[in-house]
Design a protein. Structure first.
Length: 202
């Protein structure tokens, strides 16, 4: 029979930090929430399958690389821009297009933290030909906050979960021992009343 924990451990150990970097870069191009992936890698780091500092570095670099790839594809790839624009609700596009023109830095920064809209930051910055230095600075600033938040939530959730499990195990032992003691006392009184006292009085 295969030991599930050993199997998972061997599988995760074979997963390189470079692989995580590539994964985070590719996710920028497809509609998969980064938050979920970051929570998962943080969770596995909390289990001891990876080093948290290396996880953070690989994730940050991967997200930054992916965002820059979207920026340049949107800026220079007309076909890419046309395909993506068709999938975006026109009202949202026009709303954030106006904000991007007036407050490019703030909009790039804030869009990173809006679930479902983080893709619009690099996409619209590239389309509107916002200076790359401006995009890179504000996007990097947001990523340096965004990525650690979700990775560390996943990481600390593991620790909290472990403490809860430990408390539950301790509670289980207490309940078991208390029940065992109660049964023992009950049996003692039953024997005492049904047998021992009768013998004494006889």
């Amino acid at each position: 029979m295969i030991d599930l924990q050993s199997f998972i451990l061997s599988y995760v150990n074979s997963f390189s930090y470079f692989g995580l970097f590539l994964l985070m870069a590719v996710i920028a191009l497809i509609p998969i929430p980064e938050e979920i992936v970051l929570l998962l890698v943080g969770y596995f780091a909390g289990l001891g399958f990876a080093e948290i500092d290396k996880i953070l570095l690989a994730s940050i670099l991967g997200v930054v690389a992916g965002d820059n790839l979207v920026y340049f594809l949107s800026r220079y790839g007309r076909r890419y821009f046309s395909k993506i624009k068709k999938k975006i609700v026109l009202k949202k596009f026009l709303k954030y297009e106006g904000l991007m023109k007036e407050h490019s830095g703030k909009t790039i920064f804030l869009l990173r933290f809006i679930i479902g809209l983080r893709f619009l930051g690099p996409f619209m910055a590239g389309h509107l030909k916002i200076k790359w230095k401006t995009f890179f600075f504000f996007n990097l600033l947001a990523v340096l906050i965004f990525v650690p938040i979700f990775v560390l939530i996943g990481f600390h959730f593991t620790k909290i979960l472990s403490l809860i499990i430990e408390e539950l195990i301790l509670f289980r032992h207490i309940v078991f021992l208390s029940t065992l003691s109660l049964i023992g006392v009950s049996v003692y009184f039953f024997i005492d009343r049904r047998f021992l006292r009768k013998r004494i009085f006889k």
